[in-house]
Design a protein around this ligand. Sequence first.
Ligand SMILES: Nc1ncnc2c1ncn2[C@@H]1O[C@H](COP(=O)(O)OP(=O)(O)OP(=O)(O)O)[C@@H](O)[C@H]1O
Ligand SMILES: [Mg+2]
Length: 243
Amino acid sequence: MKTIAISVQKGGCGKTTTAANLAAAITAREKHVLLIDNDPQSSLTLYSNLTQERTMTDVYRGTAAIQEIVRDWHGMDVAPADILLSQVENEISDRKDRRDILRKALSFLDSVYDYCIIDTAPGLGLLSVNALMASDHVIIPMEPNPADIWGLELFMSTLNQIRKAKPELTYKILLTSYNDRLKLHQAAKEAAESHSLELYPVTISRNVKTAEAWGAHEPLLIYDPGNKNNIAYKTIAEMETSE
Ligand SMILES: Nc1ncnc2c1ncn2[C@@H]1O[C@H](COP(=O)(O)OP(=O)(O)OP(=O)(O)O)[C@@H](O)[C@H]1O
Ligand SMILES: [Mg+2]
């Protein structure tokens, strides 16, 4: 099983949208996908319209296994979150294995799933650290604004800390809300490249149907198959499943 975290400390830059739609694009490649909502805000759980009886809170507390909480959403298994997950960071903060709880929970599923996608909360808290420690690869969604590129340095220093313990962890930046007609966005893209940050060759554009798919509780591939963002999600799915 290859595990991919969608993570960056900034809020509202398309983490959850990327997690849901990339997971759907990988599922469309006939792979068995586990999609984890690792965010107390539970946006992914709301997107997939799942109930929150048993959630990742139980998994972190050790009262349920991931297999016991997952629900089907368009052919994938989704592990829901709930607001109580916000208490978990305090509860685990004194534990010796506090950074490895999710990694351990996933270790039992290595032969069950082909891919695991983890949607993380904004910020650099212990839940996000758990997601990074459990992952083989990180997708960093970023809006192509100069301020966001500055903000990225903070995330990169956290990521580099984790990579000291996990040198095999790879990462790549995905530009979201990209508009190639805006000089500002072109400049930000060039700035990212000049910082030697590796970017995906595709970008996500802002469009209404991508947002509407949330309300319909459907992956964009189902809600609006012809949407050009699907080409991007499919390309990333192909890249990440090719090794
Ligand atoms: N490509 C897009 N086009 C239009 N709307 C989008 C697009 N991507 C995301 N959105 C909308 O922008 C909002 C934020 O997106 P999303 O929840 O994916 O960001 P996030 O990084 O997960 O946020 P948070 O940090 O709060 O978890 C949502 O309302 C979503 O529907
Ligand atoms: Mg989110």
